[in-house]
Design a binder for this molecule. Structure first.
Ligand code: F6R
Length: 609
């Protein structure tokens, strides 16, 4: 949720930190702050609101000298957004400064303990206890002290720590919140996410849970949960700096919508052969797949919606039950899973706290876990039995686009793979699907180009709507859920998805003159049914925006507001209609002049439950 960055090297630290925070602002943007350490002590500057306030306050960092520092961009959990609650937080004697991502669950207990020992608190945050705790336990050795202090913490944390007595060192620790160490000649970094550091390095080390580290300009030391030194090899990230830039687009979201053909191609093509699918898994064998008698998918938000699209596809093709559960509910619904269940965990970031918790619960119940993840080496990837990586590249816009469609395409691959093993579809059928899937990236590319002018026009007509109802049947219903989320989260227009047949069971009473209904109709077998549902809402005055792949001319001439998808295999239409709905959400929010990449109250990578 929050973004952390730290630097130690020869450059002035503050501009480097601000530049890193700008890349991390998608993780939280209600306040920000930096601290630098010099031989004369630690200096902090904090500002409520967007990062630009901090940039202005420090003249883009030029006002702060010092070549070691930490920075933070916040998404408030404990304590309202304010200058005081912004990180970094200082210890009582100003010897230590802390930035934190996560939640310290036992902070009230620790606060009481520290108040009893004379510490005074400035903020309402859970984080401040960590700064005082380090000061309380300080023994002269920072690694020993940090180890002792983090052992008292319950909850999740990624921490960046400065000590006034060691202005050439940066300390960090992690548990259940992401943290990477970056290495370059003459400098060391720490950050919540790789994109923050891509301008400086592509060499990273992933810190594991319960590890602490000391970073210097010329190296680093990592310690395990017992405070023993551990050896770790850096890896080189494939992402480059251009991937984390807007590249001429006005927003990351639009850039990422346009990146979908490439992302889909890179996700699909290494796994698609002429007539079959190969997932290149490391641990889960074909024999293991043959033995699974059901699938249980757990994910949050758009990833959950991807799971529902996957359910429709996999159940139909593999004749095996597929249950999809919101990861935030997984632990509370006593899931019926065992060693004959394959649990599929879907997450773009690989760090979503509820999704990670669902993964752990599934493993505890004896299930094998396959995850569909975008960020290589993320917590979910590391804790799964096997990973099917999507190749979306860094996704910066808070609203997911390429992350979602690559997840859907990975589920199509999984369905084809499983059907091949279970022999639930003829080889000819599977080969035809594989062929159709290979064509999907090119179709998405064409569709984005073709549909954009029409969608822009529709967005300019409908951006004043208060509500929107997304309807569909079958896979279109699953796709409608994601469409509604795309509109509401960035345009702030209330939008809900309904299975079209359900309207008459209650929701249709909300339809009145001028209500906006977005109807999806991409399955020819269901055209007559959805047309009846559309007629029902039009009769009551609704304005209908139809997204269809009508090849037969079934809907021809009936609709004023229509986007027609290119000719594609109907089983894969959810990817094409998704792109239309992403564009509709984007241009609607643009017409309203909203902050598209950073919608209010949201943050990318939800690392708190
Ligand atoms: C919506 C969106 C979120 C994420 C959800 C899960 O546009 O981005 O709903 O899909 O927070 O995130 P990951 O996939 O990172 O687990």
């Amino acid at each position: 949720m929050c973004g952390i960055v730290g630097y130690v090297g020869k450059l002035q630290a503050a501009p480097v930190l601000l530049e890193g925070l700008a890349k991390l602002e998608y993780r939280g943007y209600d306040s920000s702050g930096i601290a630098v350490v010099r031989p004369d002590g630690i200096e902090t500057v904090k500002a409520k609101g967007r990062l630009k306030n901090l940039q202005a306050l420090t003249d883009d960092g030029k006002k702060l000298s010092g070549s070691t520092g930490i920075g933070h961009t916040r998404w408030a959990t404990h304590g309202a957004p304010s200058d005081t609650n912004a990180h970094p937080h200082m210890s009582g004697q100003k010897k230590f400064a802390i930035v934190h991502n996560g939640i310290i669950e036992n902070y009230l207990e620790l606060k009481e303990f520290l108040i009893g020992r004379g510490f005074r608190f400035q903020s309402d945050t859970d984080t401040e206890v960590v700064a005082h705790l380090i000061e309380h336990y300080f023994s002269g050795s920072m690694t020993e002290t940090l180890h002792k202090a983090v052992n008292k913490l319950k909850g999740s944390y990624a921490l960046g720590v400065l000590y006034a007595g060691e202005p050439d060192r940066l300390y960090c620790a992690r548990k259940d919140s992401p943290l990477v160490i970056g290495l370059s000649a003459g400098a060391g970094f720490v950050a919540s996410d790789m994109p923050a550091l891509l301008a400086h390095t592509r060499r990273f080390i992933l810190l594991d849970d319960n590890e602490t580290a000391c970073i210097r300009a010329d190296g680093f030391d990592i310690y395990n949960a017992n405070n023993e030194p551990v050896e770790k090899e850096p890896f080189t990230a494939e992402w480059d700096v251009a991937a984390a830039e807007k590249d001429g687009f006005p927003h990351f979201m639009l850039k990422e919508i346009h990146e979908q053909p490439r992302a889909l191609r890179q996700t699909l093509s290494p796994r698609l052969a002429a007539s079959n699918v190969e997932l290149h898994l490391k641990k889960l064998t074909r024999e293991a797949f043959a033995a699974f008698d059901c699938l249980h998918i757990a994910a949050c938000g758009s990833a959950y919606h991807a799971g529902i699209v996957g359910k429709y596809f996999i159940e139909k093709l593999c004749r095996i039950p597929v249950q999809v559960t919101l990861a935030s509910e997984f632990r509370y619904c006593d899931p019926l899973i065992d060693d004959r269940t394959l649990t599929v965990i879907i997450s773009q970031s690989g760090e979503t706290a509820d999704t990670l918790a669902a993964l752990r619960e599934a493993k505890r119940l004896g299930s094998a876990v396959l995850s569909i993840v975008n960020v290589v080496g993320s917590s979910i990837a590391r804790e799964s039995d096997d990973v099917l990586y999507t190749a979306a590249g860094p996704e910066i816009s808070v609203a997911t686009t390429k992350g979602y469609t690559t997840q859907v395409s990975a589920l199509y691959l999984l369905g084809l793979y499983l059907a091949g093993i279970k022999e639930t579809a003829a080889p000819k059928t599977l080969a035809a699907y594989a062929g159709a899937l290979a064509e999907l990236p090119a179709l998405v590319e064409r569709m984005i180009g073709d549909a954009t002018p029409a969608v822009q026009l529709l967005a300019s007509l409908f951006h004043g709507a208060n509500d929107a109802y997304y309807i569909g049947r079958g896979t279109d219903y699953a796709a409608a859920m994601e469409g509604a989320l795309k509109l509401k989260e960035i345009s702030y227009i209330h939008a809900e998805a309904y299975a079209a047949g359900e309207l008459k069971h209650g929701t249709i009473s909300l339809i009145e003159k001028g209500s906006l209904v977005v109807a999806l109709a991409t399955d020819p077998a269901l055209y007559p049914k959805i047309r009846s549902n559309i007629t029902e809402v039009r009769t009551r005055g609704a304005v209908v925006f139809l997204v269809t792949d009508d090849k037969s001319g079934f809907f021809a001439g009936e609709y004023e507001y229509i986007v027609t998808l290119p000719d594609a295999e109907p089983a894969f239409s959810a990817v094409l209609s998704a792109a239309v709905m992403q564009l509709f959400g984007y241009y609607t929010a643009a017409a309203k002049g909203l902050d598209i990449d950073k919608p209010r109250n949201l943050a990318k990578s939800v690392t708190v439950e």
